[in-house]
Ligand binder design. Structure first.
Ligand code: PLP
Length: 433
């Protein structure tokens, strides 16, 4: 008989089979920020501006397409590992004007199980043991374990925050290109770019991308351009795709997500666009990982892409997100705090350096011993009733102090929820020094 992993003769059987050592790297076993700032740990009426998913669903016409697919026999079964032809054709039609080139739906487009699995497959397909992968901090937290699971070594280059007070554009978060150059070694294989950027909201300028492209060309680097927020770029800012810069198509894989585009993060449909030399090895990897992505929701995503512009959906959605951004940032303006106004995405970084809580405030174990931002986010959630995410989680240890100054608020929520959150956030005033 076994009780709590111990047999009657006293032998500990709870860790009988050692798990792979690759899990020890990349913070894969650490308690992650999402499980700490999770609804289950926070007050029941806490407004969730933490994790970046919407509190609304996809539009009815896309859901009807999903329903139709579920009611069709063929779309309940396996798809080709490349993705369903209808979806690949829809991706081709949508992105050709954006890339300014003809895309081959057979060899240059790959449907994946969310952007995340697509990115993982690229790492599987291209990383050799100890290959270095440059990522800008703050970074989307999945990159780190996905790189280390595949033997890669993350190399971090921070985006430098603006120093002035008040409302700052995300554009002010800058790259020190000497620092970027110094990060490149003979072992560097890849650079991960994310524009529009989570969590900063920065939309990289053409000039910045040209400089990154020059470094990639000089050192023969693969560029993974994570553009999952490409339909959420505000104020007519230009979203430049690095793959469209001279010479860059051949070394760039661009990442997209139906989850972000159609408010369907749980559908797990994403895509990669790039030259056959990148897409074909990645197809070999994704075929082993998931074989194929779920069929009915690929059909629905295809309907989404086919009709999005005809129905004016993307424009309407963008206007709504701009209004959401306005509601939240107006609240921060009223408070007189420093924050980053995003050019894209649905995140606002609030500078929490001036927030002061009582010395004896009872923080739980999970938050003690982490950055100051973990305490700030916990305090705001418990006392103000609005959850957010501490930004040091998106930095390596060496640079965590940069992130400790910020809490990330997601505004992918309906207007009423945001207005309510803004009302509550005014109570922060008494804790600002
Ligand atoms: C920058 C970035 N890349 C990729 C993803 C993952 O997208 P998907 O849900 O399609 O896997 C996210 C999701 O939050 C993200 O913020």
């Amino acid at each position: 008989m076994t009780i709590n992993g111990t047999t009657s003769n006293g032998k500990d059987r709870s860790q009988l089979i050692p798990f792979s050592s690759r899990l020890r790297e990349g913070r894969a076993l650490a308690q992650d920020v999402w499980s700490i700032f999770n609804a289950a740990n926070l007050p029941a009426d806490c407004i969730n501006l933490g994790q970046g998913y919407m509190n609304f669903g996809p539009p009815e016409w896309i859901k009807s397409a999903a329903e139709e697919a579920l009611n069709t026999v063929a779309t309940n079964h396996y798809s080709h590992p490349k993705g369903r032809p209808r979806l690949r054709e829809a991706i081709k039609a949508h992105y050709e004007p954006e890339f300014g080139r003809t895309l081959n739906a057979d060899t240059e487009i790959l449907v994946t199980s969310g952007a995340n699995e697509g990115q993982y497959s690229v790492f599987v397909a291209f990383l050799e043991h100890r290959d270095e992968v440059i990522m800008f901090e703050p970074f989307f937290d999945q990159y780190l374990p996905s790189v280390t699971f595949n033997g890669g070594v993350p190399v971090y280059v921070p985006l430098h925050p603006p120093t002035a007070a008040g409302k700052q554009s995300s554009h002010e978060w800058s790259i020190d290109f000497d620092e970027l150059r110094r990060a490149v070694t003979p072992r560097t294989k890849m650079i991960i770019l994310n524009t529009p950027h989570n969590p900063v909201g920065k939309v990289f300028t053409r000039h910045e991308l040209e400089q990154i492209a020059a470094i990639a060309e000089e050192h023969n680097l693969l560029v993974m351009s994570d553009e999952v927020y490409d339909s959420l770029v505000f104020d007519n800012e230009e979203h430049v795709r690095i793959a469209t810069l001279p010479g860059m198509w051949d070394r760039t894989v661009t990442v997209g997500s139906a989850g972000k585009m159609f408010a369907a993060t749980g559908w797990r449909v994403g895509w990669l666009i790039g030259p056959p030399s990148i897409i074909q090895p990645t197809l070999a990897a994704t075929t082993r990982i998931v074989f194929c992505s779920n069929s009915p929701l690929q059909e629905a995503s295809a309907a989404g892409l086919e009709q999005a512009n005809k129905r004016g959906f993307l424009k309407k959605q963008l206007d709504e997100y701009a209004e959401r951004r306005r509601i939240l940032t107006a609240g921060f303006d009223q408070l007189g705090v420093k924050y980053t106004n995003p050019q894209g995405t649905y995140f606002v970084l609030l500078d929490i350096s001036n927030l002061q809580w009582p010395d004896d405030y009872p923080f739980p174990e999970s938050v003690l011993g982490r950055g100051r931002d973990f305490k700030a986010c916990w305090f705001i959630a418990m006392e103000i009733g609005v959850s957010s995410i501490p930004v040091s989680e998106f930095y390596c240890e060496e640079h965590a102090s940069i992130g400790e100054a910020y809490a990330r608020f997601a505004f992918c929520k309906d207007f009423d929820t945001l207005k309510h959150a803004v009302e509550r956030l005014q109570k922060l005033k008494q804790y600002l020094v």
